[in-house]
Design a protein around this ligand. Structure first.
Ligand code: F6R
Length: 242
């Protein structure tokens, strides 16, 4: 596991965007696994800037997202589908038919999850998976206690995740209680993994996930077992780590 220390959020975003750009330059038809949440927004912004400058070409890139709330329409500004259009896809020359977010509008969980898993397999797997880190150590929506061997599946969100995500909704009651998420097994099958973490509020979980024992109680700790993981943390996020 390669842990890169960035100065602040902007530096973390630039370093992460550099790693993603290198992937696209090395393999223009690569498959990127993407995340939503606050942390990668700056990374996407940087990628858009380099695209606008003519330094990046997304025309042959395919993407698969980690997760999606169950039951939100694509037009719902809180859906991860919508987030991806707003924060990346609408601003670069990606072929939208090559972008895949789990289908939260499909009420048949088994079907939605099997289809997402099938897409990943048909693309030949994920070349580079971008991840954020939840306050409780979740990756995707794999909450503490999640089985390491799961592929894309339906999850009930942890109370702490619902509370953390309430900041994006008008009230906590509007936060969906379920989601479709890639499982730990799906994530671990990615050829390369890039984790971005920022801020003092993540300092404790960074030290437990990347410097503590591997345990289902801290889902991200399994990443220590992956052969090619890069974690880009800002100084605040690393403040409780050795
Ligand atoms: C998002 C996702 C989540 C977030 C995590 C951190 O697709 O799967 O695991 O990466 O909740 O979120 P932020 O970046 O908002 O702190």
């Amino acid at each position: 596991m390669n842990i890169i220390r960035a100065k602040d959020y902007q530096d973390m975003s630039r370093k992460a965007a550099n790693i993603i750009s290198a992937q696209i330059i090395m393999k223009p038809d690569c498959v990127l696994g993407l995340a939503t949440g606050s942390t990668p927004v700056g990374t996407y912004r940087q990628l858009i800037e380099w695209y606008e400058k003519g330094d990046l070409d997304f025309s042959r890139v395919s993407t698969v997202n980690l997760d999606e709330y169950r039951g939100l329409a694509h037009t719902d500004p809180q859906s991860y589908y919508y987030f991806m259009q707003e924060n990346l896809f609408d601003h670069v020359n990606i072929d939208k038919t090559a972008t895949h977010v789990p289908d939260g509008t499909n009420p048949d969980a088994a079907d939605a999850c099997a289809k997402h898993e099938q897409i990943i397999k048909s693309l030949g797997g994920i070349d580079l998976q971008l991840l954020g880190l939840g306050n409780n150590g979740h990756i995707g929506f794999n909450e503490p206690g999640a089985a390491f061997e799961k592929e894309t599946h339906l999850v009930d969100l942890a109370e702490s995740t619902i509370r953390a995500n309430a900041r994006f909704f008008t009230s906590i009651d509007e936060v969906p209680k379920q989601a479709y998420t890639m499982g730990i097994r799906t994530i671990m099958q990615a050829k390369k993994i890039l984790v971005v973490v920022s801020g003092e509020s993540k300092a404790d979980i960074v030290s437990r996930a990347f410097f503590g024992p591997v345990t289902p109680e801290v889902p991200a700790s399994i990443l220590q077992m992956h052969p090619d993981v890069t974690v880009v943390c800002d100084e605040a996020a690393l403040s409780m780590s050795p």
